[in-house]
Design a protein around this ligand. Structure first.
Ligand code: AMP
Length: 363
């Protein structure tokens, strides 16, 4: 069986690595010369707006999936007419627009921060009067790793902010004084079965994920699972989805979903019975889902912009190295390191040992 993946970055690369033992083959559609996934399969060099290239993907693959959400719904629908293509167009369209996404959460009784839709400076002024400061303004589409957003703290920050973010549709959110951030990764099969991994505690630096630690007995696990299941069922979702939350004194507030395998699930490659990547390809291929239990205390640390000395990391006990084969550039995710241990205390020591070697350049 051959799986077509729209996008050929590190997520595609790790999907192919997970599919290899199942004897699944992969084709990547990506405009780059040498996308980092291409070492693990065929490469169709074109972007997702190229109708002929999408036809080629549909003609040569048995099922199709996506490693990013900015694929136009019409392109997904065209593919889905010819082959199983997951997640569905509606899930991609919802996840790439912060207003549609948060509106879906609200319709499913999932708690969200105070929000307002902003199409002009006048909208912004009115929304700030209602929601108050501080607040966060974000572009509705095309935001990632903290890009396309700004914290508004004073009336001076508000003046002219609409144009500053490019005069595009925005969403204003109340600034949440959260205790910490978590995500839950979940997978839904073609027959509707859903499984969840343990929730992950995430630490960001300059808006970019730095560290993810799965928690086996987080008090909000059941609520996070319930929220993820509601969203997946509403979207008739197939594949892996990540759901990010703020943990506050009042409980969970939903931040966003990613309709794909997610950086905060990379620990599952070594740390879970079945990784997010393997369960995603299983779901797409119509195979039974695997167990999602955590195998041992573990954590994932991102390698951003520059590599630490590889051999020094390899020599540490309990570490696993992932180099995505991408050219280093400040702010670019070029690899990650998984840290495993027999107990939490040893895990903390091992995380500190890896952090002492990291030379991340966040840009
Ligand atoms: P996002 O792209 O929406 O995930 O935002 C990136 C990061 O900015 C989040 O992981 C939070 O650390 C922070 N952030 C986003 N929205 C809010 C908010 N409404 N209140 C406080 N912090 C936020």
């Amino acid at each position: 069986m051959r799986i077509g993946i729209v996008g050929g970055g590190q997520l595609g690369r790790m999907l192919a690595q997970a599919g290899a033992p199942l004897n699944l083959r992969f084709t990547f559609l990506d405009p780059g010369d040498e996308p980092c996934a291409a070492v693990h399969g065929e490469h169709v060099r074109a972007d997702w707006q190229d109708a002929a290239a999408l036809e080629t993907l549909a003609a040569t693959c048995d099922a199709i999936t996506f490693e990013f959400e900015n694929v136009p719904a019409e392109a997904v629908e065209r593919l889905a007419e010819q082959r199983p293509a997951f997640p569905p167009a509606q899930a991609l369209a919802t996840a790439r627009d912060r207003w549609l996404e948060k509106s879906l959460f609200r319709s499913l009784d999932i708690a969200v921060p105070p929000i307002a839709r902003i199409d002009s400076q006048a909208d912004l002024d009115a929304a700030v009067a209602e929601i108050g400061l501080p607040a966060v303004i974000k572009t509705r589409t095309l935001g990632y790793d903290g890009k396309g957003q700004k914290v508004l703290r004073t009336p001076e920050d508000v003046a002219g902010a609409f144009d500053e973010l490019g005069g595009v549709p925005l969403i204003l959110e109340g600034f949440i004084d959260f205790d910490h951030e978590i995500s839950v990764i979940a997978v839904r099969a073609r027959d509707g079965e859903i499984r969840h991994w343990p929730v992950v505690r995430n630490e960001h630096r300059q808006g970019i994920l730095h560290c993810s630690v799965p928690q086996v007995s987080h008090p909000l696990q059941a609520q996070a699972e319930d929220y993820a299941s509601r969203v997946m069922n509403a979207l008739d979702y197939v594949g892996v989805m990540a759901f990010e939350f703020f943990v506050t004194a009042a409980g969970l507030l939903a931040n966003e979903i990613a309709p794909r395998v997610h950086n905060s699930g990379h620990w599952s490659i070594e740390g879970a019975v079945t990784s997010q990547f393997e369960n995603h390809v299983r779901a797409i291929a119509g195979l039974p889902l695997g167990e999602t239990a955590r195998l041992a205390p573990c954590a994932m640390l991102n390698v951003i912009g520059a590599f630490p000395e590889r051999d020094a990391v390899l020599a540490l006990p309990g570490t696993r190295w992932h180099d995505y084969g991408k050219a280093p550039r400040p702010g670019r995710k070029i690899g990650h390191i998984t840290v495993l241990a027999a107990d939490d205390e040893t895990l903390t020591q091992r995380i500190e040992a890896v952090e002492a070697l990291l030379v991340n350049e966040l840009g």
